[in-house]
Design a protein around this ligand. Sequence first.
Ligand code: MN
Length: 235
Amino acid sequence: MSALTDAIDTLVTANRILAHENVVDAFGHISMRHPDDPNRYFLARSRSPELVEADDILEFSLDNKCIDDKGMNIYIERPIHGSVYAAKPDIMSVVHNHSYAVIPFTVTKTPLRPIVHVAARIGHGVPVWDIHKNFGDTDLLVTTNDQGDDLVTAMGDGRVVLMRGHGATVAGLSVQDAVMTSVYLQVNAQLQMDAMRLGDVTYLHPGEVNIRLARSQNFLGNDRAWEYMSRRAGR
Ligand code: MN
């Protein structure tokens, strides 16, 4: 396979993994910056991630125009992706999801914080963006480039932002990185909810998070997790 075909195959696998791990359902999507053109990105046509095939992958400009839609419907929330790539040159992949486990942390004052070692990759704390603050009453979907830019501003220097009453957006240095962070964001949300039912929670210490973050890109376990989740997803 050519390098580009191989990259698109990885993006298809990422769609299947996110579906299999229940990070996405009928909705939610993952994109990948074009490996040869930083001003373009790849994203599936409007289709549930579990069903995405290589032929569904379309190319977009960073202002979220489809280069050739081949007559297919496209995701309305693509400004989430273009805005992240435009603002963060090191980011190579973006996931948007409606993970049920994270929603409670978007609508209450309880911060989502890393509680388990494998979730240190979500960062020290996760900000919450509220579309209502700057855009008033909407359908809560990120459908304009201004809304996408506002979301990325709320993400700040981190890799994750929660979206009030809606879901989450995750940025990654690779497709694998974005997928793993999305999966473990959900795991952390579930575990934090469980722990809070029992009583006071001891979160990861900031120094522990830093040590995990420093090695997360080179960690041998990343390949192991990717292989495991790919198999589980039938790839
Ligand atoms: Mn959405």
